[in-house]
Design a protein around this ligand. Structure first.
Ligand SMILES: Cc1cc2nc3c(=O)[nH]c(=O)nc-3n(C[C@H](O)[C@H](O)[C@H](O)COP(=O)(O)OP(=O)(O)OC[C@H]3O[C@@H](n4cnc5c(N)ncnc54)[C@H](O)[C@@H]3O)c2cc1C
Length: 631
């Protein structure tokens, strides 16, 4: 029996301890949390700190204990599309991408997408969080979130602070001001770096993007050495995610019950205490297995919905006599209880384009694992023995750049004019109009990135297979503040059917123009010294892509998600298109149904969102526990 299977067998034994059957008859808890994902486990852990409070978590997926596809950092992305880990959602045909239907993976397991993601642990700039409040999310800004970023993490010290050219080591005091030292998640820095890293950073510096020594301080632009959610202290070399951290802290509490492989299908309501308000009283569930057993779990105090940016609006709309847009619900055969047309709207995501470049095969890249059987075996043995080596690393080099520094002023003013036209277009909603004004200002800000370049030292990530014996670097170009707005909605009253997800990628001239400039810049980086001297060829999409028309075809044909959907239950005033009251996080029109997850974020931020989701959930827990004065 192989190593992976032995590990899995041990995992199965411990898993049996957690599984709770769907309750027969009445089972009542003070709080019922729907979705044991990134945010849901934070909330459940914090609420159950009070031994007198009972908390239930309803999670559609299993708990993967000692599962290499979750725990081993270097195996990131291998669980995508696997139903044991991934909801495997897809988009509707994307009209601006020749009707392509694209995957939209989401974690379906205890820990949710924090167990499926690519482990990057970073933050956006202060100005972007402050924009949430400017937009109408009262109380949500950089200063109010900073203590919660710190509360969620224990950052391991950076062992090679000078690995990036032009970097200086922050003082201890400065580091402590912005990084947590006692929180559950255990982010760290990589310990092994490819020798393509320094030439790559030098090339980025040469095109005008400086190195940022500490991007966690409120200015997240520049090229930098990112933290990754890899534990190097306790579970050495393993992914540090919501199930291995928050849930591990709370799993033995008698007042916390987790229903695994159990899907919530409907939230039931009574008339609330306040006039005209609804009160969530129970949740209907079904076992995600061949029995299909159904049941009902009752909430004495509150229901907290943490189903993620797709799961949360979907369940709101499904929730019977329901919450959402009456027209959409009528078509799906669902009667409307609370008229809240913003549910499922305002979907925003970072589109991404992947290119790879062959580099000299004498360089140290992840391709060595593929090309050299002996090296691969030695790395597997080292990882099994001590949790170290290349398998304990996910070495991305992140560059967040204000595009104004990289494009001509003439092009910048064309993009600004296009933004103004979109703001004034009759079809633009009042919420999008406000958001676009802020995003237009971001185009000329020094401290907000419009584009991200992610460099991974290794190949095999594009549609063109890597050649045996060759080495590559992969560069992902991602748009940070796209102007497109999509939606996620039910299309049938069947609760087990997937929602209709339409990110509406590249539906405007600005996004198309920024995508074009971004992918051309990715190639420019590789043609800049000292990196250029190491590049052998443009592997994908290939050197025959030269004209703007070619590049536009590439952006249409090769767009993927960066896996960062947000905004579909935005915390904003109801009249502006909000679903959730920012002060209480209660769904408008309800007394006791709160939302806590990525769907709350009213506007995209130039970062990978997981650490922000943890911070939101930590602050939300304090709101629910009445610890934030005034709420
Ligand atoms: C492939 C991928 C790569 C990513 N890479 C990164 C990265 O490198 N860095 C980063 O910062 N971010 C990354 N992200 C994004 C980040 O992981 C998410 O933004 C974040 O985890 C979302 O947290 P959440 O609590 O909103 O949702 P989730 O963590 O997805 O939690 C939702 C939970 O609810 C459950 N659920 C949903 N509906 C129901 C229902 N009806 N009944 C019961 N349970 C239900 C789900 O199974 C899931 O466990 C990535 C995401 C993915 C998918």
């Amino acid at each position: 029996m192989g190593r992976l299977n032995l590990l899995r067998l041990a995992a199965l034994a411990s898993l049996l301890n957690f599984i709770k059957a769907i309750p027969a008859g009445h089972k009542t808890f003070d709080y019922v949390v729907i979705g044991g994902g990134t945010a849901g486990l934070v909330v459940a852990t914090r609420l159950s700190e009070d031994p007198g409070t009972t908390v239930a978590v309803i999670e559609a997926g299993p708990h993967h204990v000692n599962e290499p596809l979750v725990d081993t950092p270097e195996l990131f992305s291998r669980a995508l599309g696997n139903p044991a880990f991934d909801w495997r959602f897809v988009t509707t045909p994307q009209v601006n991408l020749d009707n392509a239907i694209l995957p939209q993976p989401r974690g379906k397991m205890l820990g949710g997408s924090s167990g499926l993601n690519f482990i990057v642990w970073d933050r956006a700039s202060q100005r972007e969080y402050d924009a949430w409040e400017q937009l109408g999310a009262t109380g949500w800004n950089w200063n109010s979130l900073l203590p919660y970023f710190k509360k969620s993490e224990t950052v391991a010290p950076q062992l090679q602070a000078d690995i990036f050219p032009q970097t200086s080591q922050p003082s201890e005091a400065n580091f402590d001001a912005f990084h947590g030292r006692a929180g559950p998640v255990q982010p760290s820095y990589n310990v092994i770096y490819s020798n393509v890293t320094i030439p790559y950073v030098d090339a980025i510096n040469s095109i005008g993007v400086p190195t940022n020594s500490d991007p966690y301080t409120g200015n997240a632009t520049g090229v930098y050495n990112t933290e990754v959610a890899i534990d190097r202290v306790k579970n050495i070399g393993k992914r540090s995610y919501a199930a291995s951290t928050y849930f591990n802290m709370s799993s033995d509490r008698p007042n916390l019950t987790v229903f695994l492989s159990t899907q919530a299908t409907k939230i039931n309501f009574d008339l609330g205490d306040s006039l005209g308000q609804m009160r969530a009283s129970s949740v209907d569930v079904v076992a995600v297995n061949s029995t299909g057993t159904t049941g009902r779990i009752f909430a004495r105090k509150e229901v907290i919905l943490s189903g993620g940016a797709f799961g949360t609006p979907h369940l709101l709309e499904l929730s019977g006599e329901c919450i959402g847009n009456p027209e959409i619900l009528r078509e799906a055969g669902i009667q409307t209880l609370i008229d809240l047309p913003a549910v499922g709207e305002n979907l925003q995501d970072h589109p991404s384009f992947t290119q790879d470049f062959e580099v000299k095969n004498t360089l140290f890249t992840y391709d060595l694992l593929r090309n050299n059987v002996t090296f691969n075996a030695s790395q597997e043995a080292e990882y099994a023995e001590s949790g170290t080596g290349l398998l304990a690393n996910v070495q991305f080099v992140l560059t967040f750049s204000p595009l104004k520094d990289l494009i001509s002023s003439q092009l910048l003013s064309t993009v600004q004019d296009d933004a103004t036209k979109l703001i004034n277009a009759p079809g633009t909603s009042p919420l999008a109009r406000r958001q676009h004004r802020i995003t237009r200002d971001f185009l000329t800000a020094d401290d907000v990135a419009n584009v991200e370049f992610i460099m991974f030292p290794g190949g095999g990530r594009t549609r063109v297979a890597p050649a045996p014996g060759s080495a590559y670097i992969t560069v992902y170009t991602c748009l940070m503040h796209p102007f497109s707005r999509g939606s996620v909605h039910v299309n049938t009253s069947d609760p087990l059917a997937s929602p209709q997800i339409d990110p509406s990628y590249l539906d405007n001239d600005i996004d198309r123009q920024l995508a074009l400039q971004g992918v051309k810049l990715a190639r420019t980086i590789t043609q800049t010294e000292p990196l250029n001297a190491l590049v052998v060829s443009d592997h994908s999409p290939g050197a025959n892509v030269t004209t703007d028309a070619d590049w536009i075809e590439f952006t249409k044909g090769f767009l993927t998600t960066t896996y960062h959907p947000i905004g579909t239950a935005a915390m904003l005033p109801r009249e502006l298109g909000g679903v959730v009251d920012p002060l209480t996080l209660k769904v408008h029109g309800t007394d006791n149904l709160r939302v806590v997850d990525a769907s709350l974020m009213p506007m995209l931020i130039a970062t990978h969102p997981q650490s922000t989701v943890y911070a939101i959930a930590e602050r939300a827990s304090d709101i629910i526990r009445g610890r934030i004065f005034g709420y």
